[in-house]
Design a binder for this molecule. Structure first.
Ligand SMILES: NC(=O)c1ccc[n+]([C@@H]2O[C@H](COP(=O)([O-])OP(=O)(O)OC[C@H]3O[C@@H](n4cnc5c(N)ncnc54)[C@H](O)[C@@H]3O)[C@@H](O)[C@H]2O)c1
Length: 255
């Protein structure tokens, strides 16, 4: 088992379709003990349902916009576990109006909102995780998308936020490396989830990617979970600041 005895915090489960749900499942199968968070009461029940499949999970609220709630989350982890081995950041949000049309029409508030939730939350969470990981080392992963490296229709402000997230991960890898805390980026291909349903024309993206990518299939949260488990495990002990595409090879394509 890749993650036997490791204590891993997973942020970003909304329902059973969530990429974070797939990651949590594989981590649990690989022997990890999990803490799961839910955004607010609207999501509590569905995350509770997923948590019921795991052994002795912690279930805690966390809105990354709420500094007190973030601090309370890590205080609870300190009290219950006293350490943290892994952190999964699988969080993003943008106004639906900013996920279609012309990028230059993005409002200041929409730009700030997307960056605050989808990118700033990574250094925020990493800073809280640091004292819980610093003694023995740890691993942090976050979810990006090709639209953070190249222009993808309608991804707009979220693409710019993903670019910020990816560079945040690299700066964190550089500054936390001295504590043996590794920070890596997973870049999945498109998957039908709640967040993805906000992107205009998402169905068409799924079809095109499936038709064109080398493996001729779409990816699923289990594919992402497998790679995430590797990056959270000691099998990737010398890998940090890396981006791993879990996209059936789509990102290698030119014409
Ligand atoms: N689905 C895809 O096609 C795809 C592809 C590549 C990357 N991703 C990324 O994967 C990650 C997970 O998305 P998903 O597709 O599983 O969708 P999802 O809707 O299941 O998950 C998004 C999560 O973000 C959480 N969230 C939003 N605002 C938050 C806040 N203020 N505080 C805390 N949590 C908040 C939601 O509660 C939800 O659990 C995101 O970063 C997304 O951009 C998704």
């Amino acid at each position: 088992m890749l993650l036997k005895g490791k204590k891993i915090l997973v942020l970003g489960i909304a329902n059973h379709r969530s990429i974070a749900a797939g990651i949590a499942k594989v981590c649990a199968e690989q022997g990890a003990q999990l803490a799961l968070t839910y955004l607010n009461d609207r999501f509590r029940k569905s995350v509770e349902k997923i948590a019921a499949d795991f052994e002795d999970p912690l279930l805690l609220p966390c809105d990354v916009n709420d500094d007190e709630q973030v601090a309370a989350l890590f205080a609870t982890l300190q009290e219950k576990w006293g350490r943290l081995d892994g952190l999964v950041h699988s969080i993003a949000f943008a106004n639906q109006d900013d996920l279609k049309g012309s990028f230059e029409e993005t409002s200041r508030d929409g730009f700030m909102l997307a960056h605050n939730i989808s990118a700033y939350s990574l250094p925020l969470l990493a800073n809280h995780a640091k004292p819980l990981m610093a003694e023995h080392g740890g691993a942090i992963i976050c979810m990006s998308y090709l639209g953070g490296e190249r222009v993808v229709s309608n991804y707009n402000v979220m693409g710019v936020a993903k670019a910020s997230l990816e560079m945040s991960a690299k700066y964190l890898a550089a500054s936390l490396g001295q504590h043996n805390i590794r920070v890596n980026i997973v870049s999945p291909g498109p998957i039908k989830t709640l967040a993805a349903s906000g992107i205009a024309g998402f169905r068409g993206i799924l079809d095109e990617v499936k038709e064109r990518n080398p493996l001729k299939r779409n990816v699923d949260p289990n594919d992402v979970g497998n790679v995430s488990a590797f990056l959270l495990s000691d099998f990737s002990s010398a890998v940090t600041g890396e981006t791993v595409h879990v996209d059936a090879g789509y990102h290698i394509l030119g014409m």
